[in-house]
Write a protein that binds this ligand. Structure first.
Ligand code: AMP
Ligand code: GLY
Length: 423
């Protein structure tokens, strides 16, 4: 069976790594992939949003399963493109439909969905140019800090958390009228600030049945102690140490079940991952956001813990076999630390030679922004490598990753030394 994975991050390398351990004899392809995926799969150049190109690759390489890593092609409707194309009717595409993609692509859509299905989330109201005057009145009913969210995708930058009321009033105008985040902020959701600890929940569903994958906690800020700018993720741990059975059952009953029921009830075509960003406030779970894909770097700690044959699992989706497969999860803890290019998430340089990769022991190195150049791997992005270790305790997994990182070097390499500090 031939399989194509779309994307170029640590997430896609981790997915391909799990696939490479399948007992199924399959040829793996990555588009565009990275230095790491080139060692396990054949990389094919191209843009994940170029659906015509992807169609040609699928036909030429006789691909049976396409796994879509990032949100962009999902929100742009890659699932619908495949379904509308008779040539592709035998291909299984692991991605939700454009309709379902709105759960990530529009905060307003997601909020209305949560309201309709009684899924706990922060109190909110949506504003556009038409009702912008009422935004001030709504803000005055709330306590600081104020959370302002651009409705559309904004590359992780569309959420502002503001302490001062007047500044919040100014910002909402800058978002809606001055288009601070372009078209993404022509609609803005203002919501109540929730004070708690965040965790990431992952569900695999074929739109009929679902499986809850291991939970994880990620560290989004560039600076130690969770300070500074937001990044795509600086580290992650799975399982989540503060997730006990009681809290898990609250998440299952109040959030996961109604989410899947809502997806089915709204007749959203859904074949893929639901990533529910949660926050624990006192002892209650609330949804911060939905994503319609796996998280990165969470995949680099979630996938290594799944003992099932990943290809069997994905291949079973949409058939009665999916329901019959039970997940087998490694009880060890996984921890990953992300090595980034100095300057990230702002400006940084690329093409730095990465040294020490062949000296790493008992740790998996997932590549993100890397490429192979001759014998060397060189940096090719802000997030460069994810260093994942497993141990009985997350502290030992982290120690192992940090010990191995000492062997790795590239110019201006940066990483957080405090992943797990808050647990
Ligand atoms: P989002 O893109 O919706 O995930 O928001 C990005 C980040 O902003 C989240 O990971 C949270 O850290 C923070 N955030 C978003 N909404 C809220 C909220 N209502 N209360 C507190 N923090 C929030
Ligand atoms: N780790 C957060 C994300 O993938 O959006």
């Amino acid at each position: 069976m031939n399989i194509l994975v779309l994307g170029s991050g640590g997430r896609e390398h981790a997915i391909i790594k799990s696939m490479s351990m399948s007992k199924r004899n399959s040829a793996l392809y990555a588009l565009p992939g990275n230095g790491g995926t080139s060692q396990l799969a054949k990389n094919i150049q191209g843009d994940v949003n170029d659906f015509d190109l992807i169609k040609n690759v699928v036909k030429e390489k006789d691909i049976s399963i396409v796994v879509v890593g990032p949100e962009d092609p999902i929100v742009r409707g890659i699932y619908d493109y495949f379904k509308a194309n008779p040539d592709l009717s035998n291909v299984k595409i692991i991605a939700p439909s454009k309709h379902a993609g709105s759960l990530e692509g529009s905060k307003d859509f997601a909020k209305n969905f949560m309201e309709k299905y009684n899924i706990p989330t922060a109190r909110h109201k949506t504003f556009t140019q038409e009702n912008i005057d009422q935004a001030d009145i709504f803000l005055e009913t709330m306590n600081p800090p104020y959370v302002l969210k651009a409705d559309g995708l904004a590359a992780g930058k569309g959420v502002l958390i503001i302490n001062d009321l007047n500044e919040a009033k100014k910002e909402i105008r800058s978002m809606i009228i001055d288009k601070k985040f372009g078209k993404s902020s022509s609609k803005v959701v203002i919501e109540e600030f929730l004070d708690g600890i965040e965790l990431s929940c992952f569900v695999l569903t074929d739109g009929k049945s679902y499986k809850t994958l291991p939970f994880a906690k990620d560290y989004k800020k560039i600076g130690e102690g969770d300070t500074g700018l937001n990044t795509g993720g600086m580290g992650a741990i799975s399982p989540v140490p503060f997730l006990d059975d009681e809290f898990l059952s609250k998440i299952e009953n109040k959030i996961i079940k109604p989410t899947i029921e809502g997806i089915i009830n709204e007749k959203m075509q859904y074949m893929g991952f639901v990533f529910i960003g949660l926050i624990k406030v006192k002892d209650e779970p609330y949804v911060i956001e939905y994503n319609v894909r796996m998280g990165d770097p969470e995949t680099e700690v979630v996938f290594p813990r799944i003992k099932n044959d990943i290809i069997d699992l994905l291949d079973s989706m949409g058939t009665s076999k999916f329901d019959e497969i039970s997940l087998e999860i490694n009880t060890d803890h996984a921890a990953t630390v992300i090595l980034v290019s100095g300057g990230y998430p702002e400006e940084y340089e690329k093409e730095k030679i990465i040294n020490g990769l062949f000296d790493i022991k008992d740790t998996v190195v997932f590549h993100a922004g890397t490429k192979k150049e001759g014998k060397n791997f060189v940096t090719n992005g802000g997030r460069v490598l994810a260093i994942t270790s497993m141990a009985e305790k997350y502290q030992d997994a982290l120690k192992q990753s940090y010990d191995q990182i000492k062997k790795l070097r590239f110019d201006n390499m940066n990483y957080r030394k405090d992943i797990g500090f808050d647990l």
